[in-house]
Design a protein around this ligand. Structure first.
Ligand SMILES: [Zn+2]
Ligand SMILES: [Zn+2]
Length: 296
């Protein structure tokens, strides 16, 4: 039997053998990680750069496809996400910032409870008053996409139908956890360029790395302009895992830019997909500035 046929047979057979289970787990984890990448693409190109910052226009079809993807994969309501994120930009690193590590209990706390902080901000009358008019749910939301539980149930059902029960469930769980914690990493570590002054495990780990390398990860004194960009930093490894979102310092510096790339050596994977979508006429025009050399 061909190796690929053998692996597929073991995954689909659902037999309670060690080989069958191991193949199912491996397949589920692989699919889960790919699934997270698709959702990250919908998040960064749809929710973030397109809907919140309007760096380019989205065709109605693509806007709907992104919302469908987010509904099936995590149950996010686009209008809540955009409101909270716009508010984060309006009040970066102040008491009003929905997930500033300095004001919300430190890096570890924001990492641990990021979804809860989002939900608290989404229901906050001050956030709604400041951003509610810009991001308004439509008929599709009222009838379908606002039903988060239904979206997740259909999403996991599709996974089980396509990949089998065990790989499908594993894929969905791996995906949800990876998505939650990658986004939590952007909001916590992505705002930890300088020590927050609040003792926490993540803070101590960053301090340990600084002591041994002489440099706080992602912090570059040549690009640090704390007053305009909060305590944000660039992390290329995080950017590889999040379709470019890890270049958070660049994004705060130039919020309405279609790319998160700014300096020579930065890589924004989301930008390549954006070129493809523009080629398919699913997004409007946008400018991509040439990479700047790092200031000396
Ligand atoms: Zn930020
Ligand atoms: Zn933003």
């Amino acid at each position: 039997m061909e190796p690929s046929v053998w692996i597929f047979h073991n995954i689909r057979s659902q037999e309670w053998t060690i080989t069958g289970l191991l193949c199912s787990l491996a397949a589920g984890m692989t699919v889960g990680i790919l699934f997270t990448q698709v959702t990250s693409l919908a998040t960064t190109l749809g929710l973030h750069r397109g809907m919140t910052h309007q760096a380019y226009s989205l065709s109605r079809l693509l806007n709907w496809m992104f919302r469908l993807t987010l509904w099936l994969s995590v149950g996010i309501k686009w209008w809540e996400w955009c409101r909270v994120h716009a508010y984060h930009h309006q009040h970066t690193e102040t008491e009003l910032d929905p997930h500033s590590p300095v004001y919300k209990g430190g890096l570890s706390n924001v990492f641990r409870i990021n979804p809860r902080l989002y939900q608290i901000a989404a229901n906050d009358p001050q956030v709604i008053a400041a951003t509610g008019e810009r991001f308004v749910p439509d008929r599709w939301d009222r009838w379908l996409f606002n039903r988060e539980g239904l979206g997740r149930t259909i999403g996991i059902g599709i996974c089980m139908l396509v990949f089998g029960v065990i790989p499908g469930v594993v894929a969905y769980i791996v995906h949800i956890l990876a998505y939650i914690y990658l986004n939590a990493a952007i909001n916590s570590i992505g705002h930890g360029a300088e020590p927050t002054g609040i003792d926490s495990r993540l803070e101590r780990q960053l301090a340990w790395i600084s002591r041994h390398t002489g440099k706080r990860p992602g912090y570059d004194p040549r690009t640090a302009r704390k007053k305009t960009v909060g305590n944000s930093l660039n992390s290329q490894p995080l950017a590889w895992l999040t379709m470019g979102e890890g270049l958070h310092y660049n994004h705060h510096y130039r919020q309405r830019c279609a790319t998160m790339r700014r300096f020579t050596g930065d890589h924004d994977p989301g930008l390549y997909f954006l070129y493809i979508l523009r080629g398919l006429r699913l997004v409007g025009t946008f400018e991509v500035p040439a990479p700047e050399p790092l200031p000396s």
